[in-house]
Design a protein around this ligand. Sequence first.
Ligand code: PLP
Length: 383
Amino acid sequence: MREIYLDHAATTPVEPRVLEKMLPYFGETFGNPSSLHGYGRAGARALDGARDAVAAYIGAAPAEVYFTSGGTEADNWAVRGCAHALAEKGRHIVIGASEHHAVLAAADILRAEGFSVSFAPVNGEGVTDLAALERAFRPDTVLAAVMTANNETGVLQPVRRIADLCHARGILFFTDAVQAAGALSVDVKDSGADMLSLSAHKFYGPKGSGALYVRAGLKLHKLIAGGQQERGMRGGTDNVPGAVGMAEALRLACAERAQNAAYVSRLRDRFEERVLRGVENVLVNGGGAARLPSVSNLSFEGVDGEQLLYALDLQGVAASAGAACASGSVEPSHVLAAMGMPAARARGGVRFSFGKDNAAEEADAAADIVKECVEGLRRARRA
Ligand code: PLP
């Protein structure tokens, strides 16, 4: 049976050119960058080079980039590290209602520690309501966190405008750019973010490798205590192959962005049009907003998202119900719920996310399989 992978928002395969760059750092150049001998110096040089490259691609200075174990750690560090650092000034933060669980769970910990957390609502298309965001600000608000692109719907947020609203009140702004990096140009100057998170496995780099940008002059509390790695801000032996892989993946993503984005959005649009033409009562979640080129989030009336995923999997189509980490549970998606959708539609959302390795025939074949599965499930429900 043919397998069609349409879950690139969950993770992407490591691009062979990235792997090639990484391999020496598992073998002959295996030194620990903290060691004082030649092996260590070679590792440190590789780490410095990767930091310089990542910084350049996001418009930052190398000293503003900290490597982490991925997006989850970077998100936790930004939210908790910033709130703790500013606790004397205020103990209130505002986060987007459709943030990733890495941000939501970090905010939950803060709440348990006595901080207050407010949510910035989104409209029916998943875009932050700026007036409501402003109303959520209080004199003791120190931080707002709103993602650049949503992982379930691909909907883009007006991050520059949010940054400006925050800065006008002396509030720091963090954006989770994990889904956006690679697909869109991510520049910390353009976005106005004080902190920004990245994760390599979303743009054909390795899993377990991420970064947090922290604007110069801003001092976060540590999340991971240990040795003096990352300029004393994050303990733990540096993941040299991971950092090298992320830098190369970001380099390729930037160099090939225009071409890949155009290709992937053609596939996504072709798939969406074919599904909408072939299947009745389908809704495109976030379809009216600016979206990532790769993502299509669809709800099929009367069809449970989880059941549809199983049916698709049996036919070789790999898709996802909302966030990968939430699948396996039948909870309605918090992202679709925040967009005001009734529980049935929020439970029915299925995310198809295309990648540069997909072929046009796969988009067509997947759309036909979706039609077959949806009609089968609807027939079974009526029987
Ligand atoms: N933030 C967003 C928007 C994501 O989509 C993800 C991954 O699904 C993460 C954070 C977590 O990143 P990682 O898988 O590197 O921990």
